[in-house]
Design a protein around this ligand. Structure first.
Ligand code: NAI
Length: 702
């Protein structure tokens, strides 16, 4: 036995307890301990059967992340699960909480599965570019059928105990407090021969109609466009229909090991660690975040209402201040709608929905209501004058030590801070729309921001279930600054001959959730218009400007909300359909600008877009706006629909080869040396044969 696996005999049943906090991960020690425990059960005359359970509130949360990406260490988990299944005495899994990945596979190796009401199961391996590698793809279809197994494995989703029971994964579900007694009673009845267990591996091979399987394959390929693990998982499950368990496990192993070596696997592992790394911030190491219970929000429009929803759902009290009663009421209605949506998506109970609206949310007029708020977030119009006025008024009502935050998209947080007498309490909290759904939160640290507020902002991100990323002050911070730049590349290509539809198609083929012109239609072409007007005043005269979207704006084609923008939204396709009139307008605009249009391949569109993104990202890094390359990846992954399986723009840049990126940029520079001037950092990295990932080393973070 090891320290992480306990063994105790109770009334003729050996209770094997996995105790490896915080999540009882299947570390090498746990695997060794489980092997030894099964050996001991077989040899123990006192034990007629065994129960495997987890200490605390989790059964087994999955693999040990310190072993991720490394050569596996013996004993291997598949062998442990096989050993459990082959145990000569009955084994009952008492699933006391989450059983995920390898944890679920351990439970599948047991001969009977009992669960607490609070238990959950899932096989999230595809989210890391893998398939379950310890028998999950062979045992689960034998237990619940091919279709249901494919759904669980390819989605990576978690199932409640109730759903798992309905599908036949759990033999019984009981109250958490009764689980161990019920499981040991079951084990005893199995030991006495009253009940006979039916290990998954001994069940007959499952079957599925080949046509049905083909349809599932097609649907999965469409849903997870560009990704390989989901289809590989279907291949592995399909093997369970043709092979006996032993050969099926060999096939599963072979697919698993092939996936381990793929770039997608590397990208997804990078994304996983990048998210964790973002929360590591040397400047707040050891700083205790001041507690917070009440959040004040100023402005109840799109963002304010979304932020209020997120805060209330996280159990915080919310006071939202609007200009007039009419807008305050409207904000309340928006929040109620957001909450109802959360109830529909099973993110919130009906009861909590009511409690929030009755007890935890005030929507009012008048700043005095903010006097008790610990953190105040301003989300009024994007105008420096309006924001300064708000912060000036806040200075008189906010309590001492309150964090004063602005949700500005682009404006100078230092200037906003100076509108108060306490600039040390001011920072940016840049949420993304819809704020109760999007997980990114840029935490913008201004010149004088006190570290305690930074620590508090990261604690708030965690509380809201968001990924906080530190950003410095500049026009657009990390994400919008990079986006404003690569967005221009799309406009230039459009003017030079590519249609907006070709550009969107090439980029969604690359893996982006949406193309730039679909995004423009969704956000509203009026929003872009306002930003363009503001930018025009300060634009470098060497920068090529494209104002085609203004043509649409002046026609009142503002995007989805008006039924027409770059696309037409007439109900035929929810995504909109290409508009020949837009193409005519474009041809005219090109003629007027004296441009001879040329064609672009999808590959060239992707290369230009990515080169522009990487180039500006390198400048953001060199300017110290982002503290490390992987933080930029996190921002683009969580805020801008960058495909996770490509790891983020800078992970992608390393994989594509920085030298190749530079070659592309220099080639494009021949036509527009200003826009395509290579970032100095990129040139340096290429000259020194280094990569962005080398800069992620946390010891190099200043
Ligand atoms: P919005 O126009 O939907 O809402 C602004 C709200 O502020 C309105 O309801 C208005 O009545 C209220 N307001 C204006 N002045 C006020 C005052 N003095 N006191 C109280 N309430 C006042 O705007 P939206 O889209 O919510 O944007 C708000 C801020 O968030 C802007 O700075 C914007 O740049 C930023 N932002 C917007 C994002 C988006 O996708 N819409 C994303 C991230 C940030």
């Amino acid at each position: 036995m090891t320290d992480t696996v306990g063994y105790a005999v109770r009334d003729n049943v050996a209770v094997i307890t996995i105790a490896n906090p915080p999540v009882n991960a299947t570390s090498q020690q746990v695997r060794t301990g489980l092997m030894a425990a099964i050996e001991r059960v077989e040899a123990d005359p006192e034990a007629g059967a065994a129960v495997i359970t987890g200490a605390g509130r989790i059964f087994v949360g999955g693999a040990d992340i310190t072993e991720f990406g490394k050569a596996p260490l013996e004993p291997y988990l598949p062998d442990v699960v096989n050993r459990i299944e082959e145990c000569t005495k009955p084994v009952v899994a008492a699933v006391n909480g989450a059983a995920l990945g390898g944890g679920f596979e351990i439970a599948l190796g047991a001969h009977v599965r009992m669960a607490a009401h609070t238990a959950r199961v899932g096989l999230p391996e595809v989210t890391l570019g893998l398939i379950p590698g310890a028998g999950g793809t062979q045992r689960l279809p034998r237990l619940i059928g091919v279709g249901a197994a494919i759904d669980i494995i390819t989605s990576g989703r978690q199932l409640s105990a109730q759903e798992a029971k309905k599908l036949g994964i759990f033999d019984d579900v009981v109250e958490a407090d009764d689980l161990l007694n019920a499981a040991t009673a079951k084990a005893r009845s199995l030991a006495s021969g009253e009940d006979s267990p039916r290990p998954c591996g001994q069940r007959p091979r499952p079957s599925i109609d080949p046509k049905e399987l083909e349809a599932v394959r097609k649907k999965t390929a469409a849903r997870h466009k560009g990704q390989i693990a989901q289809l590989a998982a279907i291949d592995a499950v399909e093997a369970s229909t043709r092979l006996d368990l032993k050969d099926g496990l060999v096939e599963e192993r072979s697919i698993f090991l092939t996936l381990m070596e793929t770039p997608q696997r590397a990208a997804l592992i990078h994304a996983f660690f990048a998210e964790r790394r973002a929360a590591q911030l040397p400047e707040i190491a050891g700083v205790e975040p001041p507690p917070f219970a009440e959040i004040g929000i100023i402005g109840g429009g799109t963002m304010g209402a979304g932020i209020a929803t997120a805060a209330a759902m996280a159990g915080l009290s919310v006071v939202l201040v609007e200009r007039e009663a009419e807008f305050a009421d409207k904000a309340r209605q928006t929040i109620a709608r957001n909450l109802a949506g959360a109830v529909e998506r099973n993110k919130l109970s009906q009861e909590a929905h009511g409690r929030i609206l009755n007890e935890r949310l005030k929507t009012v007029v008048g700043y005095d209501a903010l006097s008790n708020a610990d953190i105040i977030i301003e989300a009024v119009f994007e105008s420096m004058d309006v924001k300064k006025d708000v912060f000036n008024r806040l200075d008189t009502v906010a309590k001492a030590g309150a964090t004063l935050a602005t949700n500005t998209s682009y404006l100078d947080v230092n200037e906003i801070a100076l509108a108060t007498g306490r600039p040390q309490d001011v920072l940016g909290l840049h949420f993304f729309s819809p704020a109760h759904i999007m997980r990114l939160l840029e935490i913008v640290v201004a010149d004088r921001t006190d570290r305690r507020h930074v620590a508090r902002a990261f604690a708030l991100a965690k509380r809201l279930g968001k990924v906080g990323v530190r950003a410095g002050v500049c026009d657009g911070f990390i994400g919008n600054r990079i986006m404003s730049h690569y967005r221009l590349a799309a406009d230039y290509m459009m003017m030079d001959g590519a249609s907006p539809y070709e550009i969107d198609a090439a980029l969604t083929d690359f893996g982006f959730a949406m193309g730039p012109f679909q995004v423009a239609d969704l956000a509203g072409i009026d929003i872009g218009y306002a930003a363009r007007q503001r930018k025009a005043a300060t634009r470098d005269p060497r920068e090529r400007s494209v104002d085609f979207a203004d043509t649409l704006y002046h026609k009142g084609w503002l995007g989805q909300k008006t039924g027409r923008g770059f696309y037409v939204y007439d109900g035929e396709s929810p995504k909109g359909r290409p508009d020949p009139e837009v193409l005519d307008l474009l041809s005219e605009a090109r003629r007027e600008a004296g441009i001879e249009p040329r064609s672009f391949t999808a590959g060239e569109i992707q290369r230009r877009y990515m080169a522009a993104m990487i180039n500006e990202a390198a400048r953001v890094l060199a300017d110290g706006i982002a503290q490390r390359p992987s933080d930029i990846d996190v921002v683009l992954l969580f805020g801008y629909g960058f495909p996770r399986w490509r790891g983020g723009p800078l992970h992608y840049a390393d994989a594509y080869g920085l030298e190749n990126v530079l070659v592309d940029i220099r080639k494009f520079a021949a036509e527009d040396p200003f826009y395509w001037s290579p970032a100095v950092l990129l040139e340096e990295l290429v000259a020194e044969n280094r990569s962005f990932s080398g800069l992620n080393d946390d010891s190099q973070v200043s």
